[in-house]
Structures are given as C-alpha cells and as structure tokens.
Design a protein around this ligand. Structure first.
Ligand code: NAD
Ligand code: LMR
Length: 342
C-alpha cells in the first residue's frame, strides 16, 4: 500500500492546483514589494509555477538580490530584479500580465488595518500611477492593506488616466477563504480541501463576512460564533503571535499564489475557475458600496462573472449590514485620499 493511499494528493493543496506542464502562452508576472515578508515567498511560488514564463521583481530595496537568488532555481522562467526608481518600475511593469502588489507596512499588535492607511495609501497610489502608465492592461492584484481602501485608490488612479478596467482590478481576499476552510476543518475534524465557503464583504475585521449557513447549517450557536470571529480576526492571531515582527506572510504568499495561478489558468482558456476577490461589484451598488468581495468567476478578460451570494440567514444578514457600513467608509476614504492627493 502506498503511504498516502486514500489521502488527498499534493495538487489538491498546491496553490497551482493540477498543473499543465508547460505554459499555453507566455505570461509575465510582476511583484512590487518583492523583498518583503510576503514578496519573497510569493516570488518563490511564482518561480515554481510553470504557467509563468517571466518574473519581474521590484522593491525600494534588494529586489535584484532576491531575483538572482530565485534565478538559480531550475524552472523554465526568467527572473529579473530591478532597482528602485522610475526605470526599474518601467522595466518591471512593461508587458506584465499580472501585477501583484504586497508593498507597504504590515500591522503590529494593537493596530487595525486602517491604521496602515497613512503610510500605505501613498505607496499604493504611486505604484498604481506607474502601472497605469506601463502596464494599463494587466490584472492588478492588490495585497497591501487596508485592502478595502487601497483597491479604490488604484481604481481612482486608473480612472484619472482613462485606463480603468474594473474587470482587471482585484483586492486579494483569498487568505480569508483559505483560513475559513482550514478553521472549518478544525471544527469538523475533516480535511480542509473539502471546505470552500464564500467569505463576502471586505478584508478587515467586521467587514469579513463568512457565509457558512448554506453549506454548514449544522454549525450553530457558540461554535458558529467562535468560528465566524476566528475567520474575521484570523489576521490578528498572526499579528499577535509574531509579537511586532509583522503579520501573515507565508499563508498570504500561498493565498496570493493561488489567486495568481487561477488568473493564469483562466487566461490560458480554462473555464469554470472562480476565486474570492474584492472587486467593483454590482451586488451592493444600490446601497452605495461599489467594491465588494464575493466569489468571482475568472476568464481571459479578468472578471468574467460576479456570482450572487449564497442563501443567507438572519445572523448573516446582520453581519452583512454591519460590514456594508464599514466598507462604505473605507472605500470613501481611499477615493477621497486620491482626489485630494492625486
Ligand atoms: P514587509 O514590510 O515585510 O514588506 C513590504 C515590502 O514593501 C518591503 O520589502 C518594502 O521595502 C516594500 N516597499 C515599501 N514601499 C515600497 C514602494 N514604494 N515600492 C516598492 N516596494 C515598497 O511587509 P509584508 O509582511 O510583506 O506585508 C506587506 C503588506 O501586505 C502589508 O500592508 C500587509 O498589511 C499586507 N497584507 C495583506 C494581506 C491580505 O490578505 N490582503 C495579508 C497579509 C499582509
Ligand atoms: C491578514 O489578514 O493576515 C492580513 O490582512 C494582515 C493583517 O494585518 O492582519
């Protein structure tokens, strides 16, 4: 008997899923903030992804070193790292199909993601300006926090330059769904690969709304409340355990690599691929909330279809109502910042 007989295969957990062995077409992936806690393992996972043909790394420090290191790995893609400044940004971004942005400062214990706004808003705005100029048609995957505000910042920067395409802008919320499936499996004593729920709303505290009831009506009462709270505040668990050394980096790299891989597969023509993401969404536009995270079907054009939410119960409707209020304020904050600091 094989030691792993009856168990799930590595590919069930791999951020690459079941892989084609060679890319259907060339794909350039750019990572901005590539030297950081997320940037390095995310770049490693991109180097290991056979759908990637060119990997370009940018940071205000050290991207060339990371690139040379990764370039010795014997996968087929090329890796180039660039020095800080306009020329480096231009070379990193030109021809990119996917731009991953984990640039910016992480939280320390006691901080909210919104406390990062003052530092990260201008970092993301400036990187978005470069992307609007050098890679306006790329899929933009925004990881930098606070995601609920940094995504609207990117949209405003692109709009001001007449290159905004809502189908190409994603706030990366994959980690919330990765966490949800892991935490559900711990409650149920099962394999996390079997659990996939919609986590709606945004990416901070009470804006993170796990919709458990349709798939798991049996999880109720205190167990449900604790599970929902753990998914909403999973980020704090890591921030506190890291004791001022930063926030989630490795699980985030995994989640970011999964999102990028899904886009690469959809771009290569595979159908039926969906991932959670914080995108410009019709779901709550009538309530004045233009960006909203939900399950998004991906295609070669980026967003193919934004799915309706699963059936919700009273408890979840209340969570959604709270989330919408916070989201509205977070989105407005990003838009107002970009308008007054173009
Ligand atoms: P880090 O400090 O380890 O790395 C950030 C990197 O960004 C550094 O290498 C830094 O030099 C670089 N950087 C700063 N300004 C830059 C600029 N103008 N251009 C290019 N690079 C620049 O931080 P980290 O742990 O990697 O986290 C990065 C961000 O990701 C934080 O804002 C964090 O809150 C966020 N994050 C988001 C999620 C999510 O689920 N979306 C999960 C975890 C972390
Ligand atoms: C996370 O969810 O882990 C990230 O958004 C980082 C953080 O600040 O919690």
């Amino acid at each position: 008997t094989l030691p792993f007989a009856g168990r799930r295969a590595f590919s069930d957990y791999s951020p690459f899923g079941r892989l084609a062995t060679s890319p259907a077409k060339p794909a350039k992936v750019a990572v901005l903030g590539a030297t950081g806690g997320i940037g390095q393992p995310l770049s490693l996972l991109m180097k290991l992804n056979p759908l990637v043909t060119d990997l370009a790394l940018y940071d205000i420090r050290g991207a060339r070193g990371v690139a040379v290191d990764l370039s010795h790995i014997n996968t087929n893609s090329t890796v180039k790292g660039y020095a800080a400044g306009e020329e480096g940004l231009k070379a990193t971004l030109q021809g990119a199909d996917i731009v991953l942005i984990p640039a910016g400062v992480p939280r320390k214990p006691g901080m909210t993601r919104d406390d990062l706004f003052n530092t990260n808003a201008s970092i993301v705005r400036d990187l978005a300006k470069a992307a609007a100029q050098y890679s306006p048609e790329a899929n933009m995957l925004i990881i930098s926090n606070p995601v609920n505000s940094t995504v609207p910042i990117v949209s405003e920067v692109f709009k001001a330059r007449n290159v905004y395409n809502p189908k190409r802008l994603f706030g990366v919320t994959t980690l919330d769904v990765v966490r949800a499936s892991r935490f559900i499996s711990e409650v149920k004593g099962t394999d996390p690969a079997h659990h996939n729920i919609t986590v709606a709303g945004g990416h901070s505290g009470l804006t993170i709304v796990p919709l458990l009831s349709e798939k798991y009506p049996e999880i109720v009462g205190e167990t449900r409340d604790a599970l929902v709270k753990r998914i909403q505040f999973g980020g704090d668990e890591v921030v506190n355990a890291k004791e001022s050394m930063g926030s989630a980096t490795l699980s985030m790299a995994y989640a970011g690599a999964r999102m990028a891989n899904s886009l690469l597969r959809a771009r290569a023509g595979e159908s039926g691929i969906s991932e959670p993401a914080f995108v410009e969404s019709p779901l709550y536009k009538a309530a004045g909330v233009d960006f909203f995270a939900s399950e998004v079907e991906l295609g070669p054009e980026g967003v193919k279809e934004i799915h309706a939410l699963p059936k919700t119960n009273e408890y979840e409707n209340e969570l959604l109502a709270t989330a919408l209020q916070d989201l509205k304020a977070n989105i407005k904050k990003g838009i107002d910042f970009t308008k007054s600091n173009p």
